[in-house]
Design a protein around this ligand. Sequence first.
Ligand code: GH3
Ligand code: MG
Ligand code: MG
Ligand code: MG
Length: 299
Amino acid sequence: MAEPRPKILVVDDIPSNIHVLSRILRDEYDIYFATDGERALDLVQARMPDLVLLDIMMPGMDGYEVCSRIKADPAVHDIPVIFISAKSEVEDETRGLEVGAIDFITKPISPPIVRARVRNHLLLKRQTDLLRSLSFLDGLTGIANRRRFDETILREWRRCGRTCLPLSLIILDVDHFKAYNDQYGHQAGDECLRLVAEVLSERARRPGDLVARYGGEEFVCLLPETDRAGAAAVAESFRAGVAERGIPHQQSPVAPHVTISLGVATTVPTADDGHEILAQTADRLLYQAKRAGRNCVQD
Ligand code: GH3
Ligand code: MG
Ligand code: MG
Ligand code: MG
């Protein structure tokens, strides 16, 4: 699939300046424009451009203020801003870079330089985005990693606390996985973990559900706005799904195929508790599931 064309927001109070920049860039990029700061901030939120070309001197909110506000908002602060301004003193450029711009181009502009700088910054942005997304993925299974989970549970704990809705957590662990590795080898063990991750991902389908590798052969599933019965049903579906996958495990005393044990915790977050209570409870119930003979859910 072809990559979508990058989106560039051009902000300048003088329409002819916007026109010039648009002519230089429109063959390669989708151009949006705004003639004042307020409108620019609205468009940044609504269009999520890949880059902003920003004038400084504008009536009302000036470019420095627009840039500061973009950089103060975590939802959009990664969008690179390049100032394009007739202001050319050292102090102007310094201030622009200090409020968070990635570059500073002085008017009158040179079209090839604008094109080249825009291209370079977009390339850098794409590489940064790619690295960030990889930093949240587990290298073995391709699902979310512990870092993504830690970040998400913090956010969901606060959000469900505000809305007084239950938050559920499933922790699960592959049964007798040491014996599996010993019998089939470490590579087959890795493949087994990939298959388990696949089953879990197929079965946690609500938007907002997060399946992650917690470490080793343990996985977690965070279920926002899900009560105890709902979470227990998802856990049972995980258990059945892994068993039905029928991954042979001859050494397992539980069944001739790979099985998992699961603990499920549900709570409506309060300000008094930390989110750790969820993992502690789910972990304790997982341990009980192991003691109860494995291949089962405890909630
Ligand atoms: P239980 O049913 O009580 O969970 O027994 P178990 O054998 O699964 O538990 P134990 O904690 O003793 O063993 C976990 C094993 O998981 C040991 C470790 O080598 C293996 N393991 C952890 N991470 C990986 C991995 O990324 N790949 C592979 N192949 N094995 C892993
Ligand atoms: Mg101006
Ligand atoms: Mg384990
Ligand atoms: Mg295990």
